[in-house]
Design a binder for this molecule. Structure first.
Ligand SMILES: NC(=O)C1=CN([C@@H]2O[C@H](COP(=O)(O)OP(=O)(O)OC[C@H]3O[C@@H](n4cnc5c(N)ncnc54)[C@H](O)[C@@H]3O)[C@@H](O)[C@H]2O)C=CC1
Ligand SMILES: Cc1ncc(C(=O)O)c(C(=O)O)c1O
Length: 308
């Protein structure tokens, strides 16, 4: 049984995960290498807790807890599950696995929240690779209920089953992958869409604001209710066959990163985190945007779950 979880890395994803796990009755110990990240995480945890209240997710049993620490060993000691949540860089992740190796027992499950580095590659950096599994949350992790579960070539089937059951026990939705493909499934689908929208903007077909309206109020809104495979049935296989027979060859299939994105990176325009990306963000706008988005996601989720 998983009762104690260590989260390593408290950037964008860690605090929301900690809040959701604690709400599920789990005792979380949260660690980051950067003291500033730990301080920021305290505020983010409080905000995520408020959102969970709005979602109506009650604490399970006597409720769990979140404790912060700046000592890695204190975080992982006695943990039943470790969730590695450090930047998307194989070397940084491998460094964490090497460090914790001597601090944990051979059967402690080590999960990675990687966005898409194959688990088969990551588990090459850990002894007893059978205990390593992909546990890919979606951002914001305290609101999005779906979590992908990915076994690598050497992951023991019991490890995958334990994580799937653990996710279910929290009232969340595990989605099991049958193969360990780069990007897993959620990001393969998302990145196919992002490649196309960036290309359309780059080719001058449409303005960013207009493509956001088109996708959010067209396919985005619809897909929240009707999944893509069910949508094929709704549209009709004959329609899909006709359209894809002339459209597929015209869709963007570039293998490199689009110049628009490379230039934004070179100019330091990273999005909300740097104040400018596709759009511009003042601190006031950011302070308004985040709770506003959380409120809308909560309202939509409650409706989709049939609770409103
Ligand atoms: N940002 C997103 O939308 C999503 C990200 N992910 C994945 O989750 C992981 C974390 O992503 P973010 O939270 O966005 O990253 P982030 O860059 O916001 O945060 C990473 C945190 O890890 C800390 N860190 C760096 N090296 C460390 C080490 N050796 N030990 C402990 N802490 C260390 C940093 O100080 C930072 O606070 C990545 O693998 C990412 O691909 C998964 C789902 C969504
Ligand atoms: C742009 C982007 N990239 C990766 C992820 C992820 O799931 O890892 C997300 C996300 O929203 O979760 C994302 O938006």
């Amino acid at each position: 049984m998983i009762q104690r979880v260590a989260i390593i890395g408290l950037g964008t994803m860690g605090p929301g995960m900690a809040a959701r796990l604690a709400r599920g009755g789990i005792d979380v110990v949260a660690y980051d290498i950067a003291p500033a990240a730990i301080e920021r995480a305290r505020t983010m945890l409080a905000a995520a807790d408020g959102v969970l209240d709005n979602l109506g997710i009650e604490a399970k049993g006597t409720g769990g807890s979140v404790r912060f620490t700046s000592e890695l060993e204190e975080a992982v000691l006695g943990a039943d599950l470790i969730i590695e949540n450090v930047p998307e860089n194989e070397e940084i992740k491998a460094g964490v696995y090497r460090k914790i190796e001597g601090m944990i027992s051979a059967d402690t499950i080590v999960a990675s929240d990687t966005s898409g580095i194959p688990i088969t590659r990551l588990q090459a950096h850990i002894s007893n690779p059978g205990r390593m599994v992909g546990m890919h949350w979606s951002n914001p992790p305290h609101i999005i209920p779906m979590i992908e579960v990915i076994g690598g070539e050497q992951t023991a089937p019991e490890t995958v089953a334990t994580i799937r059951d653990f996710i279910r026990s929290l009232g969340l939705l595990p989605v099991l992958l049958k193969k360990d493909v780069p990007g897993f499934v959620e990001n393969r689908v998302l990145y196919a869409l992002l490649r196309e929208v960036v290309d359309l903007v780059e080719r001058g077909v449409i303005e960013p604001e207009d493509i956001d309206t088109c996708v959010s109020w067209g396919i985005g809104y619809k897909l929240a209710v009707i999944g893509p495979m069910a949508l094929l049935d709704m549209a009709g296989m004959d329609i899909y066959h006709s359209v894809s027979s002339f459209l597929n060859e015209d869709l963007c299939d570039r293998k490199d990163v689009a110049p628009l994105v490379t230039k934004q990176m070179a100019d330091g325009k990273l999005g909300i985190k740097s104040g400018e990306g596709v759009y511009s963000y003042t601190p006031e706008k950011i302070a308004q945007l985040q709770p506003e988005r959380a409120k809308k996601l909560v309202a939509i989720r409650r409706i989709l779950e049939g609770r409103e």
